[in-house]
Structure formats: C-alpha cells, structure tokens
Design a protein around this ligand. Structure first.
Ligand code: SF4
Length: 370
C-alpha cells in the first residue's frame, strides 16, 4: 500500500484494543467521511479478503408472544402488531429448512426464538436442532434470549458455534428501549456464552432515536468486552406499525455507514454484519457499507419461500460489486448426509412427544435480537 499520511495512521492503529474511551469513539464517528471510510477499509484489508462476504440464513423457530418489551420489536407480546404467532417448530422442519438454505449458498444457519429465556421443556428440542444443522455442515447460531450458565454449556456441548444476544444500544439509552431485562442481564448472558466456549454474535440497532454519543456507547461496550464478539450485527431500525418506535425519525444512511466503519476500526477481526433493515437500503448504501467494512449479511429475507426475490437481487448486487461468498471448510457430503439422516431419525422420534406446532415456511418475523 502507498504510504500516504492516512494509510500510516491506519496501519499504526493497534490491531485490537479493549480500552476505548467514549470520546475517542465519538471522534472517529465525527471524522470527515472520506477519511473515516479510508481508514476503515484499510483496517478491513489487513484482516479480511475485502471482496468476501459471509452469508447467513435466519429462521424463526418460535415467533411472537415474547414477554419482553423491546420497543422496536413486532414479536413483543406487549404490542399489537398483527404478527402471526407460532409455537416452537418441529426439529425435522428446521432441519429441512437448513438443508434448503445450504443448497442456495448459506454457510451459517441462524435460529431465533422469541423467548425471555429457553425453558427446560424446550431445551431438548433446541439441542437436537443444533446437532442436526451442524451435521449438515453448516455453522450454527441461535438467539433464544437470556441463558443460564448451564444452558450455555448444554448448547456448547451440542455444538452450537455462535450465540446471538444484542446489547441493542448504549447503557444510558437502554432504559428508553427495554424495561423487562437489564443491560447487566445481557452482559451476564454474553459472559455465560463466552465461558461455555461459544462464539459471540452481539451488536445493536441504529435509528431508535439515540444520540451519536449513544452509538459511541454501544460500540464502546462491544469493543471493550474481554474478547471482541466474533460477529457484530449492526441493524437499521425497521419501524413496525403498532410498536412504540413506529414514528421515530429516519436515520441518515450516512450515519449508519459511519457506525459500520467505526465498528470495523474498533473490532478489526470481527465480522461486521449488515443486518436488519438492509432491504430498505439502496444498492449504493449497501455498497458503501461493504466498503466501510461490513462483511456479513443475511441472505434473502424470503429465502425459504417460493419466489425468493430478495435472494436473486442479492446475487445481482454481489455480481455488480464483484463480491463473493466467504467459504468455510466442510466435511465431505457423504459424511454430512449420514449424520443428517441419523439426526432426522432421532428428530422423528422426538416429534412423537413434542407439542410443537406444524412447520412454517417463512423467515418473516424472526427474532429481532438477531
Ligand atoms: S427483541 Fe427478542 S427479546 Fe425483545 S421482544 Fe423481540 S423477540 Fe423478545
């Protein structure tokens, strides 16, 4: 790389720090846009293939009627958003969806349940889902709400790769958004996940009426965790009719890009995910987000439905931008298929005793925590 003053600044930045001050992060957020993006892209290139994007697929395994009151979320039982509620899916139905996701190129399969925390009754099914999806050769991720230390260990033992639990916003603004669980509760769950040996997926949501200082506060919390989250989803609020944030002001897309860029600088080895709200962004905004250091997406919101228009649009966007899916090492297909058949046979036995509802074939309304 040519040694311009800016590139020297970028290269001189420590690879990983865990002692970021709020003011330092605000100063990064306030950099001239071109300087910020250049610096973020420089950091990105030191740690990643700049044209590779990790692709995940998200399935809601239990939808709606959540006892939490997250003000952005259509799944909260506190608000009337008209969302169709669904009980926990059957294990076999989840595995079928995972297989289809793999066929269209996903490398990670994320499963979300709208719970305060998983119950003892539901854990065995959740664990079977993890084992089955893993047997397909996919990375596994779950978001199930708060976890006890014991539940985290059970999930780790089942082979769960990632656990998603977002911090959502700064500690100061958090009480404006959620009152039914505390920031400390969230940090405790992240600690249980880490202690159990799993990777952490944790990020936040922008556009909830928070200040720039709050955005800096969210990033400060994430970057100062003892180990950076391996995956950092940055969501743009989708305003849902019936939720308290229905009428909140639009976020300037450039402020969204700035936050992605600073996340990349603060957590240089983490995958920064362009998460919820992507379908509302122009192709140009998404392209800028990739340039700012985003290198993970959920592929096709309606991936598992028949028409799948979003997935085909994503494919075109990847082609236009010269991006390619990040690859992961996999076991050979025969090994995976044998393991999956064994898993599905066990799941069929389980289905005789589960009270789970019939399968659904959409990812719509998946847990907003993801
Ligand atoms: S974001 Fe998650 S925890 Fe909060 S209401 Fe929605 S499903 Fe429940």
């Amino acid at each position: 790389m040519t040694a311009t003053p800016d590139s020297r600044t970028a290269s001189a930045a420590p690879a990983t720090r865990h002692d970021w001050q709020r003011g330092e992060i605000e100063a990064l957020l306030a950099l001239p846009f071109n300087d910020l993006l250049f610096r973020a892209q420089s950091v990105h290139r030191e740690h990643f293939d700049p044209n590779a994007v990790q692709i995940s697929t998200l399935l809601s395994i239990k939808t709606g009627a959540c006892p939490e009151d997250c003000k952005y979320c259509p799944q909260s039982g506190h608000y009337n958003t008209g969302l169709e509620r669904e009980k926990l899916l059957q294990v076999e139905a989840v595995l079928e969806q995972a297989r289809r996701a793999k066929e269209v190129g996903a490398s990670r399969f994320c499963m979300g349940a709208a719970w305060k925390h998983p119950s003892a009754k539901d854990m065995p099914y959740v664990l079977e889902m993890v084992k089955g999806v893993r047997a397909l050769g996919l990375e596994t991720c779950m978001t199930l709400g708060m976890l006890s230390r014991e539940q985290a260990e059970q999930l780790n033992d089942a082979g769960l790769d990632y656990y998603n639990h977002n911090l959502d916003t700064s500690p100061e603004y958090y009480g404006e958004i959620i009152t039914t669980r505390t920031y400390a509760d969230r940090l405790e769950t992240l600690d249980h996940v880490r202690q159990a040996g799993m990777k952490i997926c944790s990020g936040g949501i922008l556009g909830m009426g928070e200040s720039v200082n709050d955005r800096a506060g969210l990033l400060q919390q994430l970057a100062n965790l003892p180990t950076h989250p391996e995956s950092v989803p940055i969501n743009m609020l989708i305003r849902i009719q019936g939720t308290p944030l229905e009428h909140v002001e639009d976020l300037d897309p450039l402020d969204f890009i700035r936050t992605i860029a600073v996340a990349r600088i603060l957590m240089p080895r983490s995958h920064v995910r362009l998460a919820a709200g992507r379908e509302l962004m122009s192709d140009e905004t998404q392209a800028m987000a990739f340039f700012a250091g985003a290198n993970s997406i959920f592929y096709g919101e309606r991936l598992l439905t028949a028409q799948n228009p979003q997935a085909s649009h994503d494919k075109q966007l990847f082609e236009r931008l010269g991006l390619h899916p990040e690859q992961r090492e996999e076991a050979d297909d025969a090994t995976q298929e044998a393991a999956l058949q064994a898993q599905m046979a066990r799941a069929r036995l389980d289905a005789l005793t589960t009270d789970a509802s019939a399968p659904r074939h959409t990812t719509r309304g998946a847990a907003a925590d993801a």
